[in-house]
Write a protein that binds this ligand. Structure first.
Ligand code: UVW
Length: 322
């Protein structure tokens, strides 16, 4: 942690020569490292399917038993019924002559308020977003690198789950618990799993699962999400391994806060600089239990966020097929 005990800005932490993939896929690219997921990678993912078991990774939206977990400052989704049998029973809606009734809802939510893909231009520093687009392209609507191109493309490849919580003999990592590159590789080795180039990398901390077991107050107390911690080696590893997509069961995919006031530097080093797409807030406990049961940690990963024009992120329900 020596590097970030002193740095107080992202620029200072990452340095002037932080690895980038800007320009690698052309000056107008908006999907970054998803370019690695070509047809060969789709077939490699399909080749990892053995049993046909299906897992959906989205947390529920609008769970009546507890508010959706969100980054502090965001508010949970609110679903409002705008038509149902009650409207007819109260006489608030005239009876159609053909006898049909119906139900309709609307929903108000943060586009990053559930399981979601971040747009590549969701987070930046130094006045530039992914691929060098200027930060003013984010004003009112993301005119470059919004979530839409990711949604149009879809994400299909071989997924690999690294269960760091299980490797540490825990149900859930502690608030602020760190995962270094060495920790990640050690957990993979303990599982007997080889992370291969271009794998969709899925890391389990147990964090979101714990939200549904305990109380919301407990969850937000001393809140500092556990996760990957910045190091130059980690960023170089992501670049060398051509990782297209990082998926976790935390709200923001990395350790939240650093000494010195830094927040989410991997959003900058991986998403902004390398174009690694982030899938956040995934429910991984059932998938991890199945993987542990037959010691098979690779599978087909598929996902497509909603096509929301100009948005900084969009909800998604990734589907894994083992
Ligand atoms: C923040 O931007 C704070 O988090 P996320 O990437 O989860 O949207």
């Amino acid at each position: 942690m020596a590097e970030h005990t002193i740095a107080t800005t992202i620029e200072e932490l990452l340095g002037p020569d932080s690895p980038t993939n800007w320009g690698k896929w052309g000056t107008d690219d908006e999907v970054g490292s998803l370019n690695y997921l070509d047809a060969a990678q789709v077939l490699r993912g399909i080749g990892a399917v053995r049993s046909g078991d299906v897992f959906t990774l989205q947390i529920p939206i609008g769970d009546p038993d507890r508010p959706d977990p969100v980054w502090p400052g965001r508010t949970p989704a609110v679903r409002t019924p705008v038509m149902d049998e009650g409207y007819f029973a109260r006489g608030d809606e005239p009876e159609p002559t053909d006898g049909h009734h119906w139900a309709d809802d609307k929903i108000e939510m943060f586009t990053q308020g559930s399981t979601q893909y971040d747009a590549l231009a969701h987070y930046w520093y130094g006045g530039k977003v992914w691929n060098g687009y200027t930060a003013d392209t984010t004003i009112d609507s993301l005119s470059r690198a919004s979530v839409l191109p990711i949604a149009e493309r879809g994400v299909v490849g071989r997924g690999v789950l690294i269960d760091v919580a299980r490797a540490r003999g825990k149900d859930v990592l502690d608030s602020g618990e760190q995962i270094s590159l060495d920790d990640l590789l050690a957990a993979a080795e303990a599982q007997g799993t080889q992370i291969e180039p271009r794998d969709v990398l899925i890391i389990r901390t147990g964090w979101i699962g714990s939200y549904y077991r305990g109380s919301a107050d407990e969850f937000y107390r001393d809140w500092n999400e556990p996760g990957l911690v910045y190091s130059r080696e980690l960023v170089e590893w992501f670049q060398r391994m051509e990782i297209p997509n990082l998926v976790t069961d935390t709200i923001a995919n990395e350790l939240s806060f650093y000494p010195g006031g830094l927040q989410l530097p991997l959003h900058c080093a991986l998403m902004r600089n390398l174009g690694v797409t982030f899938t956040e807030l995934c429910k991984l406990d059932d998938l991890a239990a199945a993987c542990a049961a037959d010691r098979r940690w690779t599978f087909l990963y598929t996902a497509a966020p909603l096509k929301i024009c100009g948005a900084s992120g969009a909800p998604v329900n990734p589907v894994v097929i083992r």
